[in-house]
Write a protein that binds this ligand. Structure first.
Ligand code: MSP
Length: 586
């Protein structure tokens, strides 16, 4: 009996513990869900090392960097991968032409990309090279999975191949052209690059079997490929012929690549090899789910087919989830012309960031780059834009509100609710209320545009608000108010407080675009590193009747002009370097 009673008590104890255990299990599950939901993985294309980096490469990297930084500010755990694409015929030929062994050649150029990215504050968390052992292991495993599923078979390929694009083309995708010596050649309709007829024994991937699954994926995920016009372009591609894809080359033609597992006479096709890099960084073939489930790719429009048709088909074949989003951007032209080595108009991004500063170039690329259509680069445009928006408008506003004449105590002054009441009746006028509304809704606007890779729209919105804040200061000319008159002084402080609050919002939102300048701005305002996240935005809390942690706080040190105005001397002093020879990109 005693025994029974003991058991019953134990049961009772256990029963009483159950809700807590249950809660604990639920909490664990929800933190797990939470942790997973707050993971983000963003990639750039990996860059060919046949030539030095150019402006277009930096553009892909800056977009991805911006998304990565934005997600971090939102409290996500984010992984950001970039790197170099080092195998294939094109690289093999470039190394031969340079008289170097392929790996030394690749290492040299890969280092140039890495140097450019570090110089431009591209905050990647992983830099992958396809010549790394971890990648070879991932590619071999991926190949074996497709092979074991019967999705790869030995066949023969006969058709057009463009070495420049490392791409197979159907007869409908090529046209006649003349080369520089007047000889008749065939070129790719899409890229204009020369194509050659090839006939080889190859391994083929059953691409044709995936058409309906690809269509289902796109129809079920209308935002899988962004902007919308590129999603439509992929749907269009899928209406056309979708033949099986050759996924290897004969070893005697292509030695510089990963051999087909079990068949050393064949080398794996460079695009299959390259695309797997995204998995390698996620940890494949080992634990990779945490990152792979949340993968997003940034690519240029020229490599859409590889990423939105071949890659998802490979992944479907291997039984892996598809990327969440493929963000596609358009191209940069220079003074209206396509960038090209032979024309000698290739823009060297390192040189540009020396001329216009790193943040200057980042701002220009993201403010002028419209994903839907090609954009044109000129030095003059960069200078005009940066002078107007960063030096004059944003820098001018900061300068006005922190100048010792207006702000002798060098503090974040107090907000006076009587001067700027929630209902009109104080000294604020209607336009001031409009400005508050605009700045209050700005984070949501910027968030929407960052999420859809329309950074230029986010910057347009920020720029419009900066103009409104300048208008606010200009309208009330606080420097004309009498600091000895208490009412005037309170109003003056309020004007400065509101303007600094606006600047704090702009500085926080601009961090993914211009990290150095934002840091300078926020430091000048005395905003601490832990107060710079999206969650800390809380615009003008005093106006809402809440406390403001910044009120009365000392400003940070004055480290000089926010963004120095650029003059023709900036361009001219660097110009002689910008020769055809130094612009040795593709
Ligand atoms: N190696 C492949 C990608 C493999 S990813 C699995 C490749 N490399 S690339 O070096 O040629 O191009 C890399 C990126 O630069 C692409 O997104 C491409 O669109 C981009 N750009 C190349 N020229 C460009 C412009 N003129 N303007 C903007 N971006 C351009 O493709």
């Amino acid at each position: 009996m005693r025994h029974f009673i003991g058991l019953r008590r134990e049961h009772r104890q256990l029963l009483s513990l159950l809700p807590a255990l249950f809660k604990h299990a639920l909490r664990r599950r929800s933190t797990q869900l939470c942790r997973d939901d707050r993971s983000y993985y963003i990639t750039t294309p990996i860059f060919y090392v046949n030539a030095s980096p150019h402006l277009g490469h930096l553009y892909s990297a800056v977009i991805a960097d911006c998304l990565h930084r934005y997600k971090l500010l939102q409290g996500f755990k984010s992984q950001f991968a970039t790197g170099t694409d080092e195998h294939g015929l094109k690289i093999q030929q470039a190394a031969e032409a340079a008289g170097k062994d392929p790996l030394t050649f690749c290492t040299d150029v890969s280092e140039r990309f890495r140097h450019l990215f570090s110089s431009c504050n591209i905050s990647y968390t992983d830099y992958i090279r396809t010549t790394q052992q971890r990648h070879r292991q991932a590619v071999e495993h991926f190949w074996s999975v497709l092979w074991n599923k019967g999705l790869i078979y030995k066949g023969s390929y006969e058709g057009w191949y463009s070495t420049q694009d490392e791409s197979f083309l159907t007869p409908l995708q090529v046209s006649d052209a003349l080369d520089s010596s007047g000889k008749e050649i065939k070129v790719s309709l899409e890229s204009g690059h020369k194509v050659e007829w090839m006939k080889e024994e190859n391994y083929m991937f059953r691409l044709s079997a995936f058409r309906s699954q690809l269509l289902d994926w796109l129809r079920g995920n209308p935002h899988a490929v962004q902007p919308e016009r590129f999603q439509q372009a992929v749907l269009q591609l899928l209406q056309e012929d979708l033949p099986d894809l050759s996924v290897s080359r004969q070893r005697n033609r292509l030695q510089w690549g990963i051999p087909v597992p079990g068949d050393p006479e064949q080398t794996i096709y460079v695009w299959l090899d390259a695309l797997v890099n995204y998995l390698t960084v996620a940890g494949y073939p080992h634990e990779h789910d945490q990152w792979w489930r949340v993968a997003h790719h940034v690519i240029g429009k020229d490599i859409l087919k590889f990423h939105a048709v071949y890659w998802p088909a490979f992944l479907l074949g291997a039984g892996l989830p598809l990327p969440k989003t493929i963000y596609v951007h358009s191209h940069w032209t220079v003074e209206g012309k396509k960038m090209s080595k032979s024309v000698g108009n290739v823009v060297d991004p390192l040189e540009c960031s020396q001329m216009f500063t790193t943040d200057g170039m980042r701002y220009f690329l993201l403010r002028q780059g419209v994903p839907d259509s090609d954009c044109d680069y000129t030095d003059n445009k960069v200078m005009k834009l940066l002078n107007a928006e960063l030096a004059d408008s944003l820098g001018g506003l900061l300068n006005r509100c922190t100048a010792p004449a207006l702000n002798p105590a060098q503090v974040y002054p107090c907000f006076c609710p009587q001067s700027f009441p929630r209902e009109q009746g104080g000294r604020a006028v209607e336009e001031d209320y409009h400005m508050l509304e605009a700045v209050k809704s700005l984070p949501a606007v910027v968030e929407k545009h960052y999420e859809s890779m329309h950074m230029y729209k986010a910057l347009e919105a920020i720029s419009a608000c900066v103009r409104q804040t300048n208008g606010f200061v200009q309208r009330h000319t606080p420097w004309k108010l009498d600091q000895r008159d208490s009412k005037d002084k309170r109003w003056q402080d309020t004007i400065v407080h509101v303007s600094l609050e606006c600047l704090r919002i702009y500085g926080t939102l601009l961090q993914p675009i211009i990290p150095e300048t934002s840091n300078k701005l926020l430091s000048r305002l005395g905003v601490q590193p832990e107060e710079r996240s999206w969650a800390a935005l809380n615009f003008l809390s005093r106006y809402q009747g809440l406390d403001c942690p910044f009120e009365g706080r000392a400003l940070g040190v004055d480290s000089g002009v926010l963004f120095t105005r650029l003059g023709t001397q900036n361009v001219d002093k660097e110009k002689p370097k910008k020769t055809k020879k130094s612009a040795n990109s593709k």
